[in-house]
Design a protein around this ligand. Structure first.
Ligand code: SME
Length: 162
């Protein structure tokens, strides 16, 4: 396993995503433990982008339960349809939230969080987790983040479960 990540420090964020995706694949390949793999994925995203909070909530007994993450302490359980994460789970689609205060029912784990993107992960056709990324800046995520984070979650489905 490589000890270091390589990505461009500046420039287009798409270049950074392009650089980290194969490194995430390499990290995950050959390691069967789900927690270990999700922990490393969160760490890569944190190191590459410096996100305020990045992590996973896993579907367990009909709730989302906090999984591996990087950042400040966070809410541990979220019901289906609640908050941005529960909405992504219920609607089975990415939630891109430029201003969390404008999102009805947003769950504020930290008052410093200003914008957020939540991407569901599918195993076959069932949502098994969501990837949640928070920023302390308004309007910090766009379609580029959505495109690459959805690609990442789709690759994780292939790498973790097949
Ligand atoms: N803001 C999320 C809760 C999780 S934290 O941001 C880590 C939500 O509304 O679902």
């Amino acid at each position: 396993m490589s000890e270091s990540l390589y990505f461009p420090e500046s420039g287009l964020k798409s270049d950074k995503y392009e650089a980290i995706l194969p490194q995430i694949e390499a990290l995950v390949q050959g390691e069967p433990d789900l927690t270990a793999n999700l922990a490393n994925v969160a760490a890569v995203l944190k190191e590459a982008f410096g996100f305020f909070w990045v992590g996973f909530y896993l579907v367990k007994e009909n709730q989302l339960v906090l999984g591996p993450f990087q950042g400040p302490i966070a809410c541990t359980r979220i019901s289906m349809g609640k908050g941005v994460c529960g909405t992504a789970w219920k609607e089975r689609k990415t939630q891109l939230v430029p201003d969390v205060d404008a999102f009805p029912g947003h769950i504020a784990c930290s008052s410093a969080s200003k914008s957020e993107i939540v991407v569901p992960g599918f195993q076959e056709d069932t949502v098994w987790c969501v990837l949640d990324v928070d920023s302390d800046q308004l309007n910090d995520f766009d379609e580029i983040d959505q495109q690459y984070l959805e690609k990442l979650m789709s690759r994780l489905d292939e790498l973790l479960f097949r």
